[in-house]
Design a protein around this ligand. Structure first.
Ligand SMILES: Cc1ncc(COP(=O)(O)O)c(C=O)c1O
Length: 359
């Protein structure tokens, strides 16, 4: 056997592998997974039926153009078909966006801490990440992000609401920021959690993109729509950007199951969004209870809460796990906890209460 091994790109050195939220233990005490911002509800009956119908045909490639889904989305959002592009989850579309805009020598700006895939997809694309710290209140610092723009900036991610803090930027500040970004720099409004937003001042990116050719909106079926396991997300952007996304897509990436389930979910939207309403009520309960226990919790517009625990992060995550809920620790910074089933939220709140008394 040869002593040498294949030459890999030097940029890959030091790029962390994406770390998924830990699953709940299959054995042991009852365990709930509150570590991946998933929807705790099982798929709606109509969605299950549509997937079951597609199962018998997976010897065939899916419809590469996602015709049915694209038509449904165009209708739902009132946008032309040419402004839509799909991908394997919105993280797939985010990667396509980096590939379409940035390469070696180019810069990609995003807040930090934010969605942990941004640094990975930027560096895998060979571009340079520019991380702009959140404000002390854990919100995007849009002024500092605009100040960070250089001649080499090609792409800016604004995660709204932000993962993992749940905080959201409002219309006036976002518009002021967009006015400062040069027209040849693409701004991606990553709205993976849009359906959970209840603050009327947090703008719907789809309104903003209409008048701004350099704005792209990223959405997913993984969170509110409950299809995380099927991998389908999409972008709404003006034509040159949407067309570039179709070029950088993995051919046949979105399975027929995913396409059919997404269409069925859009058709069952009222029921789905009713469930989202229940989760939002649970979110209010969780945030208020935590604050009542003495915790500082940033306002969240997403389906999770953020506790900045610093050095106590790992301890708290371990205590939660022993109690039966798996949360998402970010070592030395804090813990992100998904709002899940009522019983899971109760376990988390009880654990948080006893932990708080000890510190
Ligand atoms: C802000 C944000 N964007 C995108 C994604 C990717 O989701 P998916 O690829 O499942 O659509 C996530 C998932 O956690 C997220 O938090």
């Amino acid at each position: 056997m040869s002593e040498t091994s294949p030459k890999l790109r030097a940029e890959l050195e030091g790029i962390p592998t994406y770390k998924p939220g830990r699953p709940a233990a299959a054995d042991g005490p009852v365990a709930y997974k509150l570590s991946s911002n998933e929807n705790p509800y099982p798929p709606l009956p109509g969605v299950l039926e549509s997937v079951t119908a597609a199962v018998g045909a997976f010897n065939r490639y899916p419809d590469m153009a996602c015709t049915g889904l694209m038509a449904e989305l165009a209708d739902r959002f009132g946008v032309p078909l040419t402004h839509l592009a799909t991908g394997t989850g919105s993280v797939g579309v985010a990667q396509q966006l980096v590939q379409a805009t940035a390469g070696p020598g180019d810069e990609v700006i995003y807040a930090w801490r934010s969605f942990e895939a941004y640094p990975i997809i930027t560096r895998v694309g060979g571009a340079t990440p520019v991380q702009v710290p959140l404000t002390p209140g854990d919100v995007h610092d849009l002024d500092a992000m605009a100040d960070a723009i250089t001649d080499r900036t090609r792409l800016i991610f604004v995660c709204n609401p932000n993962n993992p803090t749940g905080t959201a930027v409002r219309r006036a500040e976002l518009e002021r920021f967009l006015d400062r970004v040069p027209g040849d720099v693409l701004v991606v409004l990553d709205e993976a959690y849009r359906e959970f937003v209840r603050d009327a001042e947090v703008p719907d990116g789809v309104e903003l993109y209409r008048e701004r050719p350099n704005v792209c909106v990223l959405r997913t079926f993984s969170k509110a729509y409950g299809l995380a396991g099927l991998r389908v997300g999409f972008a709404i952007a003006h034509e040159p950007v949407a067309a570039a996304l179709r070029k950088t897509a993995v051919p046949f990436g979105v399975s027929q199951l995913a396409q059919d389930a997404a269409v069925a979910s859009l058709r069952a939207e009222d029921e789905l969004l009713g469930r989202v309403g229940s989760l939002v009520s649970e979110r209010t309960r969780v945030v208020e209870t935590l604050r009542g226990q003495g915790w500082t919790v940033p306002d969240t517009q997403a389906n999770f809460v953020w506790l900045r625990l610093g050095e106590r992060t790992a301890d708290f995550a371990a205590v939660c796990e022993r109690a039966g809920v798996v949360v998402r620790p970010f070592a030395g910074e804090g813990v992100r906890v998904t709002v899940g089933e009522t019983e899971a939220n109760d376990i988390f709140l009880k654990t948080a209460e006893s932990f708080r008394k000890e510190i």
